[in-house]
Design a protein around this ligand. Structure first.
Ligand code: AHR
Length: 308
């Protein structure tokens, strides 16, 4: 046969290339950047054409991205939603256009779950529980009261809501723990540092524990704690969520006591779901990624395996 150049959008196998529009919520953390990278690499690997849009933490920009995907008639839309609420109208638009939607990482709170195909992500409530359980064990021999400050993520986002609830529920019945203050710091290093600074101004060495909803905020807070003249990981017990290389390095340096893992490498699961969907297969409503907890003991063994 005479070699022909495949037409645009055609794979050499003769199958039409699948087009996926992905609305990523932002670039707020190391976790997020690893998640974006994973989606891009997995799309390339799977031979799926990816249209990637970064919403810079704006739900409005996510709506614009989805409308753009609809007008470009993509095969599948994936959304990593910045907040839980407000998605019904845009999901209706995708449904009317006949384009299936996969939710990635954070959840959406919708009237009717048939508006999306599946949710691929973590059990954030369980992550919060794991952080709480670590603390209960770690402080078993400590007399109370133990003052806790909490750095929450983005207001209205699933990881912030569920990590907060899982943690609080676990500490219930342990009267020695007192949450002094909980504040949003948007999952960023900078806000973690600034909010921790204000916690220290308010409560000083009355703070025994910092629970940060992600590593970036914990690392920012460590800067504030050191600037205040206290020793992170010793004067203040620190537990956070994600498991980034930087957090594990900080744990090896003795500045963080435990990190609950949250896996950002969702790209391969997403591409598999897209392929199965295009083959007409039925997907489970939720695809949960298995995760563990890193402590001062395991960080050293794990740090060189971290991809992010
Ligand atoms: O939704 C996942 C969370 O979002 C990660 O824990 C955090 O680092 C990110 O910003």
């Amino acid at each position: 046969t005479v070699g022909t150049v495949p037409a645009e959008g055609q794979l050499t196998t003769g199958k039409r290339q699948i087009v996926l529009g992905f609305s990523q919520l932002g670039t707020e953390s190391d976790w997020r950047n690893a998640n974006s990278q994973s989606v891009k690499e997995a799309a390339e690997e799977a031979g799926i054409e990816l249209i990637f849009e970064n919403a810079e933490q704006s739900q409005k920009k996510q709506f614009e991205a989805v409308r753009g995907f609809i007008s470009r008639k993509v095969d599948v839309i994936a959304i990593a939603p910045v907040v839980q609420s407000g998605w019904d109208p845009i999901l209706d638009e995708a449904q009317q256009a006949g384009i299936p939607v996969i939710i990635v990482d954070r959840a959406v709170d919708v009237e009717d779950a048939s508006k999306y195909v599946t949710l691929i992500g973590s059990d954030f409530y369980e992550e919060g529980e794991k952080a709480g359980k670590f603390l209960v064990d770690k402080m078993a021999g400590t007399e109370g009261p133990v003052g806790i400050v909490e750095l929450k993520g983005t207001a209205g986002s699933t990881p912030s809501i569920d990590r907060g609830r899982g943690f609080a529920d676990t500490l219930q019945g342990h009267a020695k723990f007192k949450v002094l203050q909980s504040e949003y710091a948007d999952f960023t290093h900078e806000q973690g540092r600034e909010v921790m600074k204000s916690f220290l101004q308010e409560f000083g060495d009355g703070i025994g524990v910092l629970y940060a909803h992600n590593d970036d905020m914990a690392l920012g807070a460590i800067e504030a704690i050191e600037a205040y003249g206290l020793k992170p990981g010793k004067d203040i017990v620190i537990t956070s969520v994600d498991g980034t290389r930087r957090a594990l390095e900080s744990m090896i340096a003795g500045k963080i006591n435990a990190v609950v893992e949250c896996n950002p490498l969702l790209g391969p699961n997403l591409m598999q779901a897209v392929n199965e969907l295009m083959e007409g297969r039925t997907l489970p409503k939720k695809i949960v990624t298995p995760e563990s907890v890193f402590t001062e003991v395991t960080a050293e063994l794990e740090v060189n395996n971290r991809k992010y």
